[in-house]
Design a protein around this ligand. Structure first.
Ligand SMILES: C[S@@+](CC[C@H](N)C(=O)[O-])C[C@H]1O[C@@H](n2cnc3c(N)ncnc32)[C@H](O)[C@@H]1O
Length: 199
């Protein structure tokens, strides 16, 4: 179980941290225009994805959010590459003034990290933080299971494409979805990238 995130960062035990940005994000940024404006990266950990976005989109304000103070402090120690910042906070208890203030939202390994019972709250948080017309851009870890890690064991928690359709279909229009050709080792074929636009 990784539910005590802060303890994991303090002990330096972060098997999810691969020391580089998510390959599906890098693949996207090599092939397409980056998202622009004010961009939120929830559950950013040490901020590899934050910096990839800030480098690709130099005029953008990229904000990495994490509930772990140690993760945020370590992210802040990394050399700046653009207009990125890091904030300690809980995705489910953010300041009211953040409502509707983001142009884009990059999800990677936050949705699979939270308890599945929090998924309604997750959708509400994304919907509330994005402005109408804003982009919700995500790589979902559909199937993280193997012989040693089964559904119900704790994070990462898998999700089906059908559940994603049901959860995001009301407030978002799906613009594109694909299986990335590049993934971290062991995640090949287990992820799906989706680009949604908030209604
Ligand atoms: C599996 S880790 C992924 C970290 C990073 N995205 C990466 O791939 O290295 C999940 C992250 O989500 C953070 N997290 C969990 N619940 C959160 C919440 N409610 N609000 C903000 N961050 C949260 C954890 O502290 C942790 O850094």
């Amino acid at each position: 179980m990784h539910s005590d995130w802060e303890q994991h960062y303090r002990e330096g035990h972060m098997p999810w941290d691969k020391g580089q940005a998510a390959p599906p994000l890098l693949e996207y940024l090599e092939r397409h225009e980056p998202p622009v404006g004010r961009i939120l990266v929830p559950g950013c950990g040490l901020g590899h994805d934050v910096r990839a976005l800030a480098q690709a989109s130099p005029g953008s304000e990229v904000i990495g959010l994490d509930i772990s103070p140690t993760a945020v402090s370590k992210a802040k120690e990394m050399a700046a590459v653009g207009r990125e910042t890091y904030v300690e906070g809980d995705l489910f208890a953010l300041p009211e003034e953040w409502s509707g203030s983001f142009d884009a939202f990059w999800e990677h390994t936050c949705f699979c990290a939270i308890d599945p019972g929090m998924r309604d709250a997750y959708v509400a948080a994304v919907t509330g933080l994005l402005r109408p017309g804003g982009i919700f851009f995500a790589v979902f870890y559909l199937d993280p299971y193997d012989d040693e890690h089964q559904a119900g064991d704790g994070p990462p928690h898998g999700v089906t494409a059908e559940e994603l359709d049901a959860r995001f279909g009301r407030d978002f229009v799906i613009e594109d979805r694909w299986t990335p050709t590049r993934s971290y080792a062991g995640r090949e074929g287990c992820e799906e990238v989706r680009r949604y636009r908030r209604k």
